[in-house]
Design a protein around this ligand. Structure first.
Ligand SMILES: [Zn+2]
Length: 67
């Protein structure tokens, strides 16, 4: 897993948030190759499907606009 900052996040990358959103300097994204048709990599897609709700949808909307 190679973690990236919000500025480095591209639409083809996994948007899984890592860290505390209130601490912008340490708040990172997974950045791995995204699953086709999904917002996350294989690992994090599986996690979200299992009901692990760590990814706020508002964050996803913001990054979509930026990309
Ligand atoms: Zn990921």
């Amino acid at each position: 897993m190679s973690m990236i900052t919000m500025e480095e996040l591209k639409s083809s990358m996994c948007k899984w948030p890592i860290g505390d959103p209130r601490k912008k300097k340490t708040f990172l994204f997974c950045g791995a190759g995204r699953e086709e048709g999904g917002s996350y990599c294989e690992e994090h897609s599986a996690m979200s499907r299992r009901g692990f709700n760590a990814a706020p949808t508002t964050q996803e909307d913001t990054t979509k606009k930026a990309a």
